[in-house]
Design a protein around this ligand. Structure first.
Ligand SMILES: Cc1cc2nc3c(=O)[nH]c(=O)nc-3n(C[C@H](O)[C@H](O)[C@H](O)COP(=O)(O)OP(=O)(O)OC[C@H]3O[C@@H](n4cnc5c(N)ncnc54)[C@H](O)[C@@H]3O)c2cc1C
Length: 494
């Protein structure tokens, strides 16, 4: 270590000011610690990931204190998702509320322009006391054999600097390689190895009320489309297709997107009178690939990874920002507990990693079943998404990597069978919802994959909203910890 570089000290340095970084920084600053957040870009900046889940909005964002500001920002209210997917030719809706008659204040999320959403979260971190520095790029982590001890960065004038810290949290998203300094390697999911191609349109059609704010996901021969209403007139439209189409797409992304839209009758109809945005942050057609992975490690002494720096899986159920903010909450509890001297580092970060992997595994399993449910035997894309056809080592190695729900089930056949079982149970729940014309979500809420996917977020949400009146917590694992009464740290169970 070079002492002259390390004149500056912080309790925690956060790398990246997306939802993962802002959330973690805020939750640690709320305990009075000195937090410096270094963000490479000048905000507002573009990011994809616009469709949120309720637990982010009413759980984590309520805990950080930014929920009321989000409610005032005018984001589109999302009551759920509408899907043209599975055996039914008719679109069906998954609503966050159990029935259209029981729409509580918290049974919605938002569709957000990420440039605005991320700015609100970052400004809120600043107001909470985080020292936010934009246009500061972290270039390396300072570490010795025992632990990570700080970061090196360059500022907006290309001046180098360094900060020492008790913890470095990497929330730098999926493009940076900083995660490797935690000794982690990135394991990509073969099953979800797709490519996304997306752009923005003005004047697209809306679903009928009360679903006009829903995300619409539409399966077609070559893959599936998302259609996200960001405002009454602006729509985010993206196609998820086979990765092998990359060469063709990159030659002329505009033409490729228009050809795919023409292949999908429902999206074509919704965009019939729309025009593509050609200027500003939405003017470009963008391509993303290799975005579904989990790292082999989520922490090492002195360093933790949250959000896309740790893991992400396929966008079909809008779980990215949820996983990023949930991971940030878990990591913040661990950092706060160790800094307060109430829990030792191994125990605190063991809890962080185990819970985080478990949540990731729950969504991974849900999404495998969700894909498996769609039937299109003549399509390359969809035949690769059949669990029984793709009993590759991917499913096994991946699920044993993410652990949690599936640990102990090493036999590939058993696992594929379980996925298959879950997928047909889910498909039959969809049939029941179609039959009851969406009047009751109970069949879907009862299906194992949905129940699990919504469970932990709902628990955190209830804990934040009810405070001391919430159900007493039990640890998720033998010998595990529970959230402290203020939600910002870990405690031993009563
Ligand atoms: C095609 C696609 C569609 C998606 N759709 C959805 C969706 O509908 N809903 C959803 O919830 N999620 C979705 N996601 C996922 C979502 O984009 C991410 O999960 C989410 O943005 C992760 O947040 P984060 O805070 O971890 O990272 P980011 O939002 O990526 O933020 C990371 C920040 O770190 C900064 N940074 C990077 N390197 C450095 C450095 N060296 N020094 C300092 N700063 C640095 C970056 O500038 C950036 O601001 C989608 C993803 C893809 C690929």
């Amino acid at each position: 270590m070079n002492a002259e570089h390390l004149s500056e000290e912080a309790d925690v340095v956060v790398v990246g000011g997306g939802p993962g970084g802002s959330t973690l920084a805020t939750l640690v600053a709320m305990r009075g610690h000195r937090v410096v957040l270094l963000e490479k870009e000048k905000f507002p900046r573009f990011q994809i990931g616009e469709s949120l889940l309720p637990s982010t909005v009413h759980g984590v964002c309520r805990l950080t204190g930014v929920a009321d500001e989000l409610a005032k920002a005018g984001f589109t209210r999302k009551r759920g998702g509408t899907f043209r997917w599975g055996a039914n030719p008719e679109p069906w809706t998954f609503a966050f509320s159990v029935s259209p008659k029981m729409t509580g204040e918290t049974s919605h999320a938002y569709q957000v322009e990420r440039s605005k959403f991320d700015q609100i979260l970052l400004d809120h971190a600043r107001h909470t006391g985080v020292d936010v520095r934009e246009q500061h790029t972290v270039t390396d982590v300072i570490a010795d054999e025992d632990r990570v001890r700080g970061v090196r960065y360059t500022d907006s004038d290309a001046n180098p600097g360094a900060i020492s810290a008790r913890y470095v949290v990497d929330a730098s998203g999926n493009m940076s390689g900083i995660y490797q300094r935690a000794g982690a390697t990135r394991q990509y999911s073969e099953f979800f190895r797709s490519l996304a191609l997306f752009g923005y349109f003005e004047g697209g059609k809306r679903l009928a009320e009360p679903n006009s704010g829903n995300i619409l996901s539409c399966a077609f021969d070559s893959g599936w489309f998302w259609y996200i209403p960001l405002s009454p007139s602006l729509t985010s439209v993206g196609a998820v297709v086979r990765r092998e189409m990359a060469g063709k797409i990159q030659g002329d992304p505009e033409q490729a997107l228009m050809t795919l839209i023409a292949e999908c009758p429902m999206i074509s109809e919704y965009l019939r009178n729309a025009r593509r945005v050609r200027a500003g942050q939405y003017g470009q057609i963008r391509v993303r690939k290799d975005y579904s992975y989990a790292n082999t490690r989520f922490w090492r002494p002195g360093m933790a990874l949250v959000g896309d720096a740790a893991c992400f899986v396929d966008p079909v159920f809008s779980s990215g920002v949820h996983l990023a903010t949930y991971g940030a909450l878990l990591a913040a509890r661990s950092v706060n507990s160790v800094l307060a001297g109430t829990v030792d580092e191994d125990t605190a970060f063991g809890e962080f990693e185990e819970r985080y992997r478990r949540e990731y595994a729950v969504f991974y399993e849900f999404l495998v079943s969700f894909y498996d449910m769609h039937v299109d035997e003549n399509s390359y894309f969809w035949s690769a998404k059949k669990v029984t056809d793709s009993t590759t080592s991917d499913l096994e190695s991946f699920v044993s990597l993410v652990g949690g729900v599936s640990s102990g089930e090493a036999a590939l056949g058993t696992m594929a069978q379980r996925y298959k079982g879950r997928s047909s149970e889910f498909a039959s729940a969809v049939d029941q919802v179609v039959a009851n014309k969406g009047q009751s979500m109970v069949p879907l809420m009862k299906s194992a994959v949905i129940k699990q996917a919504m469970q932990e977020g709902a628990r955190e949400q209830a804990r934040v909203m009810l405070g001391e009146d919430a159900e007493p917590q039990t640890p998720l694992f033998d010998g595990g910890l529970v959230a402290s009464p203020d939600g910002l740290g870990w405690s031993l169970p009563a």
